[in-house]
Design a protein around this ligand. Structure first.
Ligand SMILES: [Zn+2]
Ligand SMILES: [Zn+2]
Length: 361
């Protein structure tokens, strides 16, 4: 039952499921990173859903900072692009075929994909920390291709069903929302608390909304850029402050989340935390920086980072479906596959917040 066009699968396919073609093509279009700042649409075989997998017709893919890094420098952290790579790891779409062992009733289901492919067998996976699996394969991370393509395969258990009311964009953006949820869980935020978030980019303002959903009474967002501070007020922030004008170290917050990666924001943010509070480093910036060690010691600040997320998609889907978090309004640009390069360059526009690639447009 490896073949996705098997007779049994075909017969069980629901009649007229929207977005599900009668017969899948054998080739598809994919945007492939070939060199620095160079992507090209290529014709590639449609991948086949293996055992335990679903084949997803990609509706929308968010452009993430790591995609931009690979596009410009052919590397992100320790990962280096050594052969052509399809970018994109924030994806939503529709199941159009299933592999062996997956219920064919899933065909036609709209899904959001957790882009992690952990091994499920190592000690980290068994401890529930599958984000730290040393055998992890992750979309759009060399050598694994991502979702700037018409179709992708995904493990069935990591393709999460979403409500009909959720757009494909929103389904895709459950990935950055998962980062915000992971940060808020690490920050141990409970109702009534005061939270400081540095950086009003996509992750900062998503995290601000999650903080409100977790019951934070005050959510203070800092950013050096006025229009970004203004925008944060529409996305969960109760206060937006210029850190050059307000001394954040006096704020005595319960939790600080850095979504800026900027050294001054991190050190002053840590000093803003009250005794026994938490500081979570999410933003990517300097790989190393100096820390206010005595402040952390004297106040027993719990300082940690996050690496991706575990078990966040169901909550992320709920937060959006229930209207507690708005991710649709983050989208400031839409691009087809032929303009994926423009999508990857869109962060040079200061008004751009989140770009999506729509492979079928
Ligand atoms: Zn991302
Ligand atoms: Zn593992």
């Amino acid at each position: 039952m490896m073949a996705r066009m098997s007779a049994a699968t075909e017969q069980k396919r629901p009649q007229a499921a929207p977005g599900v073609p009668d017969r899948l093509p054998t080739t598809m279009r994919a945007s492939v990173l070939l060199a620095e700042n160079t992507v090209e649409v290529q014709e590639r075989p449609v991948p086949e859903a293996g055992p335990g997998e679903v084949l997803v017709r990609v509706g929308s893919v968010g452009v993430c900072g790591s995609d931009v890094h690979y596009f410009r420098h052919l590397r992100a952290g320790e990962f280096v692009v050594e052969s052509p790579l399809v970018l994109g790891h924030e994806m939503g779409g529709t199941v159009v075929a299933v592999g062996a062992g997956v219920d064919a009733s899933r065909i036609g289901e709209r899904v959001a994909v957790d882009p992690q492919r952990p091994c499920h067998h190592c000690s980290q996976c068994l401890a529930g920390r599958y984000n730290l699996c040393p055998h992890m394969r992750f979309y759009a991370t060399p050598p694994v291709d991502g979702a700037f393509a018409e179709y992708v395969t995904a493990p069935a258990e990591f393709a999460f069903p979403v409500a009909d009311g959720l757009s494909d964009d929103a389904a895709a953006l459950l990935e950055p929302l998962s980062v915000g949820i992971a940060a808020m869980r690490k920050a141990r935020v409970v109702p009534g608390q005061r939270v400081l978030i540095a950086g009003a980019g996509p992750i900062g303002i998503i995290t601000a909304q999650v903080a409100r959903a977790f019951g934070a009474r005050e959510v203070i967002v800092t950013d050096l850029v006025g229009p970004r501070r203004e925008r944060a007020l529409g996305f969960g922030a109760t206060h937006a402050v210029d850190p050059r004008e307000t001394d954040v170290t006096q704020l005595q917050v319960d939790a600080f989340i850095d979504a800026s990666g900027a050294a001054p924001a991190i050190t002053s943010g840590i000093r803003s935390v009250r005794g026994g509070g938490t500081a979570v480093l999410v933003g990517l910036g300097n790989p190393e920086l100096s820390l206010p060690v005595s402040y952390i010691q004297d106040n027993e600040i719990l300082l940690t980072g996050i690496f991706r997320y575990t078990d966040t998609w169901p909550l992320a889907a709920h937060l959006v479906a229930s209207g507690q978090v708005d991710v649709d309004s983050l989208v400031t640009g839409r691009y087809d596959l032929g303009h994926a390069g423009d999508a990857l360059d869109s962060d040079t526009d200061p008004n751009s917040l989140k770009s999506v690639v729509e492979p079928w447009h």
